[in-house]
Design a protein around this ligand. Structure first.
Ligand code: MLT
Length: 247
């Protein structure tokens, strides 16, 4: 198994697809997806375009769908939800499909949707993703951060480092044997520096600061936790993610 870390979807090599691709958007799209599926959501379906989301979700009855729209960290007017994982309670999401469009996270999923296996990871479900990698040993794994509008983000890269570090430790394999690019080493270094204060790191992140300005402290606190949800979101068809245990 070789791991490759890309800080943004734009950095992934064009015209190549890995055996397994992992989308990361700690603040907050992949944290929200893990939360919805752990809370009994039927599936999460992602869109980059808000109009298309509305059009496709029309085919679902209102009891079986939720529409989530986020731009610039804020809820899109007219949508049921923004992108706060804390809104996704079992009472609200159980049995429903979440149709979601966010600024960056959904774009990452679109870039990697043709990989053989597509997963989503956040700090909160890191252990489930690591377990999948160790059990299945895909030859090439891309861990793709969503960043912010094409730029590096601390929170996605620290999560990539948390995954790579755990894989290396649990396989008892030195990191240089599984690192496919230098970004893996730097992501692990970032994680090792901040592993005991991930909430502090999220406060330094530019999107963390944006969310704090939007009163999002509780979201930062929730998304900074590690391994609290045992759920593995996996793509069942392009753009649709389900909990692996329910496929
Ligand atoms: C994104 O896709 O850019 C994010 O998930 C933004 C957010 O809602 O925090």
């Amino acid at each position: 198994m070789k791991l490759f870390v890309y800080h943004t979807p734009e950095q992934t090599p064009s015209e190549q697809e890995p055996n397994c691709a992992i989308a990361v958007d700690v603040l907050r799209a992949t944290s929200t997806m893990a939360t919805v599926l752990a809370a009994g959501g039927e599936a999460v379906q992602v869109f980059s375009d808000l109009e298309k989301l509305i059009q496709v979700s029309e085919a679902w009855s209102t009891e079986h769908r939720l529409r989530a729209g986020e731009r610039g960290g804020a809820k899109v007017p007219g949508f049921d939800l923004g992108n706060s994982p804390l809104d996704c309670t079992p009472e609200l999401v159980s049995g429903k499909r979440l149709f979601i469009s966010t600024t960056n996270g959904t774009r990452t999923l679109q870039r990697i949707e043709n990989a053989q296996v597509v997963l989503t990871a956040a700090l909160i479900n890191r252990a489930a993703v690591v377990r999948y990698l160790i059990n299945h040993q895909p030859d090439t794994v891309w861990i793709v951060g969503s960043g912010w509008e094409g730029n590096f983000s601390l929170e996605d890269t620290v999560c990539a480092g948390a995954i790579a570090h755990a894989v290396s430790q649990q396989m008892q394999t030195p990191i240089e044997k599984i690192a496919g690019n230098d970004e893996v080493i730097s992501a692990i270094a970032l994680y090792l520096q901040w592993q005991d204060n991930l909430l502090g790191l999220l406060h330094h992140a530019s999107h963390g600061q944006r969310l704090l300005r939007l009163d999002g402290y509780e979201d930062l606190k929730y998304c900074s936790q590690t391994d609290i949800l045992d759920v593995l979101p996996i793509q069942s068809e392009p753009g649709v993610l389900k909990a692996a245990s329910r496929l």
